[in-house]
Design a binder for this molecule. Structure first.
Ligand code: UDP
Length: 326
């Protein structure tokens, strides 16, 4: 019989790519999502498969899944600056209550659980590049606090279940990731810049654009996560691409890629926006024999194709409002 995996946030950007991967590996996949930020379009190609199921459910509430489960991947969470402002309470709840429910379910099913953490646990880092041993520089009450602290609590609770209950747990710290199925207009730099180029608007760089990020293509990330889940390593592992670039240079790359004749305009830097971010992936290399293989140039080409082929009205759709439980 095939192994069974539950993927929360299964209709989201990362969750849906994980569903694809586990289907391809021969698993029975149960995707769960409340569709606040996820979208059925990301998974509808799997609806016809017998080994795929979708549950419309908010994991911050008690989770019921009939039958056995071998693995749980907890990927349900809003994850963009607009989300933190628009749905802060849901962001806090899914990282805390949602994680608690997933851990309880893992106990009940005797399943191994992997939780999606984030480079945001390092906050505006004072150590560069960031190793897993760095404890971070986080403002709990700033605009990003609802995400950062929920994810930090998530890590604490996951380790608690591991040490107290002996649950099999894995923690991945995900750095900036991009690829097809990202939401346009969710405030993130890459879809913002590509959307602006496609609409014929100037590209809005926040601050002076000297802040850095390191962008990982989604297929590389999924490979790292798969290897971590199958490993026996319990402490957090950074998965990301160390190829660091300033946001100003990144905007220039998007201008070049899209062939737009628009320019960069400068807008105020949001509060607590990390000044620099680059993963130290020594641990992933040593333990998982993993490193990224897709260059930014190649990954961006594929991603631009995806956005270019979306229906034109999507370009003008704002990520909100959507209906959801408060
Ligand atoms: N950013 C920008 N213009 C935009 C959107 C984002 O200059 O229209 C900047 C943002 O301030 C940040 C960087 O791009 O410094 C990456 O932003 P994103 O939201 O993609 O990720 P995060 O800040 O969470 O790493």
């Amino acid at each position: 019989m095939s192994k069974r995996v539950l993927i929360t946030g299964g209709a989201g950007f990362l969750g849906s790519h994980l569903c694809d991967r586990f289907i391809n590996e021969g698993f029975h996949v149960i995707a769960m999502d409340n569709l606040i930020t996820g979208d059925l379009k990301n998974i509808e190609h799997m609806f016809k498969l017998e080994q795929f199921e979708f549950y419309h459910h908010d994991v911050s509430k008690f989770i019921h899944v009939p039958g056995e489960l071998d693995y749980i991947l907890h990927f349900a969470s809003p994850a963009s600056p607009i989300d933190y402002l628009k749905i802060p309470i849901q962001t806090l709840k899914v990282g805390s209550l949602g994680t608690h429910n997933c851990l309880g379910l893992a106990m009940a099913k005797n399943a191994r659980i992997l939780v999606a953490s984030t480079s945001e646990v390092y906050g505006d880092p004072l150590v560069h590049p960031q190793t897993e041993d760095y404890w971070g520089n986080v403002n709990p009450i700033g605009p990003r606090g609802v995400y950062d602290e929920a994810k930090r609590f998530q890590e604490a609770m996951t380790m608690g279940y591991h040490t107290y209950h002996g649950l099999e747990t894995r923690i991945v710290r995900i750095f900036n990731t991009y690829g097809p199925r990202m939401r346009l207009n969710d405030g993130r730099a890459l879809p913002a810049f590509i959307g602006q180029a496609l609409r014929g608007e100037d590209l809005t760089v926040f601050g002076d654009g000297s802040q850095t990020r390191s962008f990982c293509y989604v297929d590389d990330l999924v490979e790292g996560i798969y290897r971590l889940l199958m490993s026996d390593y319990v402490n957090p592992v950074n998965i990301g691409n160390p190829d660091e670039i300033s946001i100003k240079d990144f905007a220039e790359e998007i201008i070049e890629l899209t062939g737009t004749d628009q320019k960069v305009t400068y807008q105020p830097l949001p509060r607590d926006d990390p000044k620099q971010r680059q993963p130290d992936i020594t641990r992933a290399k040593e333990i998982l024999d993993w490193e990224p293989t897709v260059s930014r140039a190649d990954g961006l080409k594929v991603t631009f194709e995806y956005f270019k082929n979306l229906p034109e009205e999507d370009l003008y759709k704002y990520a909100y409002p959507r209906s959801f439980d408060k």
